[in-house]
Design a protein around this ligand. Structure first.
Ligand code: 5RP
Length: 229
């Protein structure tokens, strides 16, 4: 089945969890796009009322504007009822690698502020071990990127500064760089996370551990829901 259709199905299922009056965290990426589209439809048909969204990226902010989803910031609301976000890799413990779209820092801020984090993916994102198909994106301050690249290599990662097609480094919404750190399949993602959390130049990393409430997976045989045990 067409991958875009699978993404749309997973996103549509997640939107069923949103009720009128909620504060909704809006993740980033092409799967979340369909959730934003659906939320916009439900607002305009009057089925969802008094919804406000908090976007996880400038790109999502623009898309939410396009679909007339009212937005607020953390200045106004400090608790999110439910966040819908995508992922690059998902394991059976509902741990994730995120950051393919370079929005991992704000996405993690939203995840930590949410009562419920729902992840929407197509089945190609499921993985026996995180790191099998995707490096761990690491957000670093520009000042220290070369130093942190060296550090990542010293802990056995192949570390590559993410660049645009024109050769310029990718700059995140918070003005930082991204280094994609390939450790191979991770035997213990918590150990790697710890190594990444002890460096001043590293702002955040794309390992989302013990944060997810539910993963909605759309595949050719239908929708599967992975719930936190
Ligand atoms: C952005 C992300 C995205 O949610 C992730 O890359 C999945 O995107 P897509 O739904 O387009 O595959 O983490 O930082």
């Amino acid at each position: 089945m067409n991958k875009e259709l699978l993404k749309k199905q997973a996103a549509g299922k997640a939107v069923e969890e949103i009720k009128s009056g909620m504060v909704v965290g809006l993740g980033s990426g092409s799967t979340v796009y369909y959730a934003l589209e659906k939320i916009g439809e439900l607002i305009s048909s009057g089925e969802l009322k008094n919804i406000v969204g908090i976007p996880s990226s400038k790109q999502t902010e623009k898309i939410a504007d396009k679909f007339n989803i009212p937005l607020v910031t953390f200045d106004e609301k400090q608790e999110i009822d439910v966040t819908i976000d995508g992922a690059d890799e998902v394991d059976k413990y509902l741990n994730l690698i995120k950051g393919g779209g370079a929005a991992l820092l704000r996405e993690k801020v939203l995840a930590q502020a949410s009562k419920k984090l729902i992840i929407v993916v197509d089945e190609s994102k499921l993985s026996p071990k995180l790191g099998t198909n995707w490096p761990v994106p690491v957000e670093v301050i520009q000042f220290a990127y070369a130093l942190e690249q060296k550090y990542l290599e010293s802990v056995n990662a192949e570390a590559e500064l993410r660049k645009y097609d024109n050769g310029e480094p990718v700059v995140t919404d918070e003005g930082n760089y991204i280094i994609d750190a390939n450790f191979g399949a991770l035997q213990n993602p918590f150990e790697i996370a710890e190594k990444l959390e002890n460096r001043a130049g590293i702002v955040e990393h794309g390992l989302f551990l013990h944060l997810t409430s539910k993963v909605i997976v759309a595949g050719k045989d239908g929708i599967i829901i992975l719930d936190k045990k």
